[in-house]
Design a protein around this ligand. Structure first.
Ligand code: SAM
Ligand code: DTB
Ligand code: SF4
Length: 335
């Protein structure tokens, strides 16, 4: 139950996903209790440092330039504004600060230099700094690591089979290459996906299979529920039944026992009781703050009330082993 495996089969994951819900949640809760501090939830705060105008065609995304979604394009923010936002997030109890940019990929230009400056500045606030900037080369990943980046978010989004129904402007392999570049640089990997894209159950299983069979599990696995945005091709998609979200979280918890499972986009559509079941099923991380990147998220105070009602406690920063320090230690070990 505690073994970290990388040789899962589709059949095994499907069998877990399809178990009767109560027994699935019970097992996931047991795995969770044995591998994590039960009731401790890591809080991340998100900031869109460069918004909209993106060249990609991700069918769910309000920031893609080709869809008419009413999102205002905003150039890269100033470092001082970002630091101000990070300080506010820290004061609100966030241990991780995640900066998102509507880029296809990072380019080696002045904007990237500014992001490196932001990473350095937020790092001095004793917060875990995270970025999600699109595709990265190994050189860029190394530069981010040197600047003090703790984690990098890059989602596989869905199964390999369903991927081309959702995105055509870059491939599944591109995504995996970025994850490998991030891993090589010793940065903590945050990678998950979205449910509600019109995928089948087999695609949900397939997405978890990809993540669980990576050479190392992502330290953090965001499970987003589609926030349908008018103007995007998926803007009219129907709501994901809540028991399917619970199944997804519980299955992720069981197949990646040591990872943080993040109950990500879509919380505004969930009651406290529904979220409680997600925490019971192994979710132990959230994005807090009234905005995700461009769409609304629960108010900070209502989340704090929820924490109180459910007896959840925020996790402190830097309490997990740092992959970069581990990598350095291994490199320095005599052969
Ligand atoms: N542009 C970068 C990229 O695509 O990697 C970083 C930002 S992008 C917005 C980060 C992730 O947000 C996407 O991979 C997707 O999983 C999630 N996301 C975007 N729009 C969403 C939506 N409407 N509902 C749920 N998740 C969404
Ligand atoms: C992730 O998996 N979810 C977050 C974060 N990583 C960057 C983003 C959710 C975005 C939801 C749509 C929006 O607000 O624009
Ligand atoms: Fe661009 Fe990222 Fe949105 Fe895709 S998900 S359109 S790459 S901002």
């Amino acid at each position: 139950m505690n073994t970290v495996r990388h040789n899962w089969t589709k059949e095994e994951i499907k069998a877990i996903y399809e178990r009767p819900l109560m027994s699935l949640v019970l097992e996931a809760a047991n795995v969770h209790a044995q591998n994590h501090v039960f009731g401790e939830v890591q809080i991340s705060s998100l900031l869109s440092i460069k918004t909209g105008g993106c060249s990609e065609d991700c069918a769910y995304c309000p920031q893609a330039a080709r869809y008419n979604t009413g999102v205002n394009v905003q150039a890269l923010m100033k470092t001082s504004e970002v630091v101000e936002a990070a300080k506010n997030a820290k004061a609100g109890g966030a241990s991780r600060f995640c900066m998102g940019a509507a880029w296809r990929e990072v380019r080696d230009n002045r904007d990237f230099d500014r992001v490196l400056e932001m990473v350095k500045a937020v790092n001095t606030l004793e917060m875990e700094v995270c970025c999600t900037l699109g595709m990265l080369t190994d050189y860029q990943a190394e530069k981010l690591a040197e600047a003090g980046l703790y984690a990098y978010n890059h989602n596989v989004d869905t199964s390999e089979e369903h991927y081309s129904e959702v995105i055509t402007t870059r491939t599944y392999d591109d995504r995996l290459q970025t994850l490998s570049n991030v891993r090589k640089a010793g940065i903590s990997v945050c990678s998950g996906g979205i449910i509600g894209l019109g995928e089948k159950e087999a695609d949900r299983v397939g997405m978890l299979l990809t993540l669980a069979n990576l050479p190392e599990h992502p330290e953090s696995v965001p499970i987003n529920t589609l926030v349908p945005v008018a103007g995007t091709p998926l803007g009219e998609n129907s709501k994901v039944p809540f028991d399917e979200l619970v199944r997804m979280i519980a299955t992720a918890r069981i197949v990646m026992p040591k990872s943080a499972v993040r109950l990500s986009a879509g919380r505004l559509a969930l009651s406290v009781a529904e979220q409680a079941m997600c925490f019971m099923a192994g979710a132990n991380s959230i994005f807090a703050g009234d905005k995700l990147l461009t769409t609304p998220n629960p108010e900070f105070n209502s989340d704090m009330q929820m924490f109180q009602v459910l007896g959840l406690t925020p996790k402190a920063a830097f309490t997990d082993p740092n992959p970069r320090a581990q990598k350095k230690a291994m490199e320095n070990e005599p052969a």
